[in-house]
Design a protein around this ligand. Structure first.
Ligand code: AMP
Ligand code: MG
Length: 312
């Protein structure tokens, strides 16, 4: 990767990052319609293609090196574009190296465990990229907006009393630090949608038959809690953007631009990890050549001549 290109990507995503320690007020600090001046929609497709190719190359190296894992946490309000983003941004990578897990209302078994348990089950192995479509952050978002969900979590009185959200932020930060210390990079993306654009997307889900399946009456119920969600997101971004796992707020009203931003943040993460194909030692190389000589004795005579004619 030429340094200049890596620097351009790093510069492009800087305005999206929540600096650790900063207090975020979503409505005031981040514009869902933001678009960088130097990016135009007509170039969007090509830029995304470049990002897709870059990711495919880095993912192959990540898998071959088998040292680092990458956990991508995608959060948004309903209709923020999580599914489409995953489909487009990851379209070029080898499906063997990427897993996507969606998190829904927790099951009885999941409620019988500590609050990070079900997320810990799905972490990436070394060499893998795992995408959480919704993540452990639901535990301080939907659960915060609807306190009756906390009541279902069978917590001891002390653990759900005053200070519960502060304790959860701390537990999440500690857990992510543990993961990054172990070589699992944690990438956190919040698709920041405006209330107006959410309305447009809900209406499209009702009007377009192919989109009907995506519409849920519950989404409309949740929309009534818009302000509560904005507060919960603001506080979560302020408390859990850390030097080891910072949040990126992705302007989500323009889908094409959101996808380019997500692709750039992922590319940046992988460039920083800089995974490399393992280098074969001289001794291993000598062994490979010995094996090759033995294999060639098995090949039909005509193929042997052909291979010898090919240089290298
Ligand atoms: P969807 O992603 O549209 O399929 O919806 C999944 C639903 O599961 C959403 O309504 C989320 O709010 C809900 N959900 C996800 N995680 C949790 C959680 N930890 N507790 C309660 N509800 C959750
Ligand atoms: Mg939904």
């Amino acid at each position: 990767m030429p340094d200049q290109r890596a620097r351009r990507i790093a510069d492009a995503i800087t305005p999206l990052r929540v600096e650790p320690g900063r207090t975020v007020r979503l409505g005031k600090d981040f514009d869902p319609r933001y678009k960088a001046d130097f990016v135009h929609k007509k170039d969007g497709k090509e830029l995304l293609q470049t990002g897709v190719a870059l990711l495919a190359d880095y993912q192959a190296r990540l898998a071959a090196q088998d040292v680092h894992g990458v956990l991508v946490c995608l959060q948004s309000l309903d209709a923020g574009g999580k599914d489409g983003t995953i489909r487009h941004v990851m379209s070029g990578v080898n499906p063997q190296g990427v897993h996507v897990h969606g998190f829904k209302v927790p099951s009885a078994e999941e409620l019988d465990h500590d609050f990070l348990w079900r997320y810990a089950q799905r972490l990436p192995a070394r060499g893998e990229i795992v995408i959480f479509n919704r993540s452990h952050y639901e535990e301080v978002l939907v659960v915060r907006v609807h306190p009756e969900l906390l009541d279902r979590q069978k917590l001891p009185a002390k653990a759900k009393g005053h200070g519960v959200w502060g304790h959860r932020y701390r537990a999440i930060n500690d857990w992510e630090r543990y993961l990054t210390d172990n070589g699992i990079a944690v990438v956190k993306l919040f698709l920041n949608l405006s209330k107006e654009e959410q309305l447009e997307r809900f209406l499209a889900r009702i009007d377009v038959p192919e989109k009907n399946w995506k519409f849920s009456a519950n989404d409309v119920k949740e929309r009534r809690f818009w302000d509560d969600y904005q507060d919960a997101f603001s506080e979560m971004l302020s408390a859990t953007s850390t030097p080891w796992a910072p949040w990126y707020v992705i302007p989500a009203d323009r889908k094409w631009f959101a996808r380019i931003c997500v692709s750039a943040v992922l590319a940046h993460t992988l460039i920083e990890l800089d995974p490399r194909y393992p280098v074969v030692s001289d001794e291993d190389r000598r062994q490979l050549l010995t094996v090759k000589a033995a294999l060639e004795l098995e090949a039909p005579q005509k193929d042997r001549h052909r291979r010898e004619a090919v240089p290298g």
